[in-house]
Design a protein around this ligand. Sequence first.
Ligand SMILES: NC(=O)c1ccc[n+]([C@@H]2O[C@H](COP(=O)([O-])OP(=O)(O)OC[C@H]3O[C@@H](n4cnc5c(N)ncnc54)[C@H](O)[C@@H]3O)[C@@H](O)[C@H]2O)c1
Length: 469
Amino acid sequence: MLELTRFFVALQDLFLKMTSSSAADTSIDQLKSRIQQRQAQVGIIGLGYVGLPLALLYSEQKFPVTGFDIDQRKVEALAKGSSYIYRITAEEIQAAKAHGFSATFDYSQLTAMDAIIICVPTPLNEYHEPDLSFITNTTHAIAPYLRAGQLVVLESTTYPGTTEEVMVPILESENKNGLKAARDGAVSGKEFFVAFSPEREDPGNTTVARRDIPKVVGGLNLQAAELACALYGSIFSRTVPVSSPAVAEMTKLLENIYRCVNIALVNELKLLCLRMGIDIWEVIGAASTKPFGFHPFYPGPGLGGHCIPVDPFYLSWKAKEWDFRTRFIELAGEINTNMPYHVLASVSSALNRHKKSVNGARILILGVAYKKDIDDLRESPALTIIELLQKEGAQVSYHDPYFPFIGKGRKYDLQMKCSEMEHLEQYDCILIVTDHSDYDYARIVHEAQLVVDTRNATRGIKSSKIVHC
Ligand SMILES: NC(=O)c1ccc[n+]([C@@H]2O[C@H](COP(=O)([O-])OP(=O)(O)OC[C@H]3O[C@@H](n4cnc5c(N)ncnc54)[C@H](O)[C@@H]3O)[C@@H](O)[C@H]2O)c1
């Protein structure tokens, strides 16, 4: 009799598992079909350099898209149909709005979303450690509105383990319906799906369309990976599924550390070449003719942007938990951080040749964006260079077509207004920090007293006024 009871209980258990698992399967199939038919509601959290273009890509593909941001000015600008990112036109915003795109700071609208993609900042704190507060704040804000069957994807660059160790526990413990993240094993129909998929964009690079940059996707389980691949497959030409969120997180860091370390290498070789009287740019050009095994990287006044100066330290911080020192990252960081000081020394020695000192010199900096032809000032070496020159007593002005004004940022407070590109002869030194395409370098050299060039922007121009640095 006991055996029979046990048999029926086991049968009932199996039946429950089968029905709930097929319910879960149905909800996955439904979401996939909604994605295929462009009916899935896509919510993008963080409408900055990454989130806004992503929202527009989904909108172009006729998905109903809602953007979420805590920055009221951004939400209001989008409501008016205007843009706050240079390379995104107001027409693009208006076209998206015509397709139903809207922006809000009301998180309760998240419940209506089928997929939620998080694109919030991941900076370093004052001790050069990861500042995950934007990710955790966002996750705390999402949790109360989570519902079963939703897909949550993190795109922000971060150390391996963030999705699974930081985000998932908050979502699981703070949602109101006892939902769990779908993992391998039995499903109850009370799951949500989680994945990590890094943003790999190269701002200002027009050689590869954003949709042609393969999208790496790591799901917490197979179904999450499948759903995330379906979601991204509708706007990207190719998705690259990997076995876990941690692998996808580490992939992004490998890519950026590879860049950081190689830039440090050419920066160091540049310093040596300058001493030896060899043109590093000519060397890189010649080495680049090798059809295999060499990828060119270029020296500059220091690293900038939200990614390369920041991301490697996410890994070196995490590595300490494993009693491991990431020496390549530290060495690269040391060399790259030193480059603005090298620029200061070069300006000083160039002025010295003209029997002038930095103290009291009028210096015009050309280009303050962290790289050519973009409107992004974050971590720009120009900011450090301005501060270093000012500390030495220089009267610093700047020109940049992308920045009429430099106000206050996380680490600076300059309050400077963009100068005109007039009467260049009035400056003791013109310092090229960012080689925007808009500049007429021949004219600049012709009119200037002295040009210090950190980017080889004056290549091809012969003049004793030019000092390469
Ligand atoms: N900019 C790039 O080219 C690039 C490239 C690859 C990866 N990334 C990574 O993508 C992530 C986002 O970078 P970004 O350049 O778009 O940053 P960003 O600063 O331009 O945009 C982030 C947005 O998130 C918003 N935000 C912050 N907290 C929020 C919250 N709790 N809820 C809603 N919105 C919130 C901010 O107001 C801002 O609008 C970062 O992790 C970055 O490392 C950036």
